[in-house]
Design a protein around this ligand. Structure first.
Ligand code: BMA
Length: 322
């Protein structure tokens, strides 16, 4: 008998590609980067940098090939501003970046961590040097948010993960102006019992637009006696109506295996917050935090992931129940 599960993401041999040792100023750990390919092809990672207070800020690292030769901002790129935004008292974390062509700006959805708990905040930027804060858009406890790149039925759409009594599930909400949000709807739930994603699910990077639907990579958490296991699964949503989940994979497709994912500040965590897509329109570079300690990259094929989902996934009513 062979243990022949399909490998959809291939770790880069030079992983981890960025660690705190690469940082131009004191940092404890660097992880969970948002990612985007700029107009000139440069890969920009907006990395979560945790200092020795335990507070995080975001810093940009740029590279021509997205693998090495990183140029890291010499000082923090985007820091908490607790005087004006008290919800950022304990730092800002886990950026997800979306290019909003309509506004000609990048939208950054990030976790603002303050006394009320983690909430979803939004900022817009043209250049990753100056930022316009929109403040908190989803009240605590809520995180793992990203915007869709274009309006759906005339409205901006935000995926996010509130925690409620019913559990930690993925929701979608809509807004005419990025400030006022409503029409909230649960779109992907944590499964129960023995499932790998039984205890929490949350969006990982922003959705990927494919001809067959919005491809979602999400993290699922299973609580064990040794702590949480963070793995990545996949689901597909209707292009016109992203509330409709078409398919959901039963098995996870990427989980902690390498030593740098198995050991660190928080063991057994792979946590992607961003990707870039290469010129072929298919090859994806998935950037992820490993064990809440360093940054790694894995390469996959969007077509292969969708094909796997079509072969192995189930319509959600069969696989899930709240
Ligand atoms: C989640 C987030 C991530 C973190 C992960 C594992 O809840 O806070 O930032 O990587 O836990 O600790």
């Amino acid at each position: 008998m062979t243990n022949d599960h399909v490998t959809l993401f291939h770790r880069h041999p030079r992983n981890p590609i960025l660690t705190a040792a690469d940082w131009p100023y004191p940092a404890h750990t660097v992880f969970n980067p948002g990612a985007i390919r700029l107009a000139d092809g440069t890969t920009l990672l907006l990395c979560r940098v945790e200092d020795r207070r335990g507070h995080s800020h975001l810093s940009a690292a740029r590279s021509a090939n997205g693998i090495d030769g990183w140029v890291i901002d010499p000082t923090p790129t985007f820091q908490a501003d607790p005087t004006n935004f008290p919800e950022e008292l304990w730092g800002i974390e886990d950026a997800r970046i979306t290019l909003l062509e309509e506004l000609g700006q990048y939208a950054i959805a990030y976790t603002a961590f303050g006394k009320a708990g983690p909430g979803v905040a939004l900022a817009l930027t043209k250049d990753f040097h100056t930022f316009e804060r929109y403040g908190i858009v989803m009240q605590p406890d809520d995180k793992d948010a990203a915007l869709l790149p274009r309006r759906i039925n005339g409205l901006f759409a935000l995926l996010h993960r509130p925690i409620a009594d019913s559990g930690a599930h993925i929701w979608i909400s809509y807004s005419p102006d990025l400030r006022n949000w409503g029409s909230h709807k649960l779109i992907l739930n944590a499964r129960k019992g023995a499932w790998w994603d039984a205890n929490k699910v949350g969006l990982s990077p922003p959705l990927i637009e494919t001809p067959g639907g919005w491809l979602m990579l999400y993290h699922g958490v299973r609580q064990t006696a040794a702590g949480g296991l963070y793995r990545v699964g996949v689901a597909l949503f209707d292009l016109q109506d992203p509330e409709v989940c078409l398919l959901r994979g039963d098995a996870w497709i990427f989980g902690p295996e390498a030593e740098y994912e198995r050991a660190g500040d928080v063991a057994n965590v792979v946590f992607p917050c961003g990707y870039t897509i290469c010129d072929d329109g298919d090859t994806i570079h998935l950037y992820y935090g490993a064990a809440d300690t360093c940054i790694a990259m894995a390469t996959g094929s969007i077509r292969e992931i969708v094909a796997w989902l079509r072969a192995e996934g189930s319509p959600p009513h069969m696989a899930t129940s709240i």
